[in-house]
Each structure stands twice: as structure tokens, then as C-alpha cells.
Design a protein around this ligand. Structure first.
Ligand SMILES: C[S@@+](CC[C@H](N)C(=O)[O-])C[C@H]1O[C@@H](n2cnc3c(N)ncnc32)[C@H](O)[C@@H]1O
Length: 168
């Protein structure tokens, strides 16, 4: 099962998130980030080409295979520091980032409340959280697909270990 969770699921997650209909949201959200940016649940790096004039990008992601895919994907305007870890315990100092970006990730995080608290902790006073999320669809057949697809991008957050490195 290790190869399924470590190889197949990340690949399926990447394929699902490549949907072209998501591109306008990626452009708008990533394009609005400024300063020192932390992206939560960066996945296979599909937002990276859409960042504008930012100073630095820190990309937090619990799944090593997705980090490897993101490293290969080109196009970020500045160098990206990848951090293996969970949004529920962000290894970054208080008030150290200007913008937190997250796209379609909160539904994958086991304790979204703790994760949001962590995002607030690492934001400087006056910093911004920019996000795009989805809820459960009103149509039952769409909800069924959501239930099938959500575990694909669930990550291995429960068992994820941070690199232990704290980013100042
Ligand atoms: C639906 S995918 C979205 C990926 C990416 N944000 C995008 O827009 O393509 C959800 C992402 O959340 C990540 N994730 C799951 N649990 C997480 C956690 N506890 N902390 C941070 N990211 C997590 C998954 O590994 C996956 O990359």
C-alpha cells in the first residue's frame, strides 16, 4: 500500500488539480500575494507560476512526492523554499510572513481550526490570508464525487513530520 499512498495518490491529486477551470482562481489568489509569502498545502506547485512581485515564497506541504513534483515545476518568479510539514504545526516564527496563500487545502487538513490559528500566528500584524476554498455541493451527484476525490488529496498529514527546521 505504500506505493499507492506515496506514488499513486500524489499523481492523482496532481491530475485532479490541473483542471483548467481552476486557473482563473490560481491567477487571482497567487497574483494578489505580496512580500514574504507562505503557501499552505502547496501540492505539486500549480500556483507557483502565478505569483507576482513577491519577495520570497515558502511552500509548506506534508507529502514528499508532491514536493518533488513542485520542485520540478518551473515558473516561480523568485526562489522557493520547500518545507515538509503540516499546517497544524507550521515551523515558522510568529509574525514572520506578509501573506499566507492557500488553495483548496483546508478541506484536506484534519484540524482546520488549528491550521487557521497557526496561519494567523505566522502572519505579521496587518498581513493577509488569501484563499480559495469550496464547500459541499448542493447536488447529491456532485457531493458523491467530492467524497470520492477529497481523500486523493488528503495527504499524510496525520503522520507527517516536519523537517524540524524552523524558518525565522
Ligand atoms: C486538493 S490539494 C490542493 C493542492 C494545491 N493547493 C493546489 O491548489 O493545487 C490539497 C493539498 O493539501 C495538502 N495537505 C493535506 N493535509 C495537510 C496539512 N495537514 N497541512 C498542509 N497541507 C496539507 C495535500 O497534501 C495537498 O497538497
Amino acid at each position: 500500500m505504500a506505493s499507492y499512498t506515496e506514488v499513486v495518490l500524489p499523481r492523482l491529486c496532481d491530475l485532479a488539480m490541473r483542471n483548467r477551470q481552476l486557473l482563473p482562481y490560481r491567477k487571482r489568489i497567487a497574483g494578489s500575494a505580496r512580500g514574504r509569502v507562505l503557501e499552505i498545502g502547496a501540492g505539486s506547485g500549480l500556483n507557483l507560476p502565478f505569483y507576482g512581485p513577491v519577495r520570497e515564497i515558502l511552500a509548506l506541504e506534508p507529502v514528499p512526492r508532491l514536493i518533488a513534483m513542485a520542485r520540478r515545476s518551473a515558473g516561480a518568479p523568485v526562489p522557493v523554499t520547500f518545507i515538509e510539514g503540516s499546517a497544524e504545526a507550521i515551523p515558522i516564527d510568529d509574525g514572520a510572513v506578509d501573506t499566507v496563500v492557500t488553495t483548496w487545502t483546508l478541506c484536506s487538513i484534519p484540524d482546520a481550526g488549528v491550521a487557521l490559528h497557526e496561519m494567523r500566528r505566522v502572519l505579521r500584524p496587518g498581513g493577509r490570508l488569501v484563499f480559495v476554498e469550496h464547500g459541499l455541493a448542493p447536488e447529491e451527484h456532485v457531493r458523491r464525487w467530492q467524497d470520492r476525490l477529497t481523500p486523493l488529496c488528503g495527504g499524510s498529514a496525520a503522520g507527517a513530520t516536519s523537517t524540524g527546521r524552523s524558518v525565522p
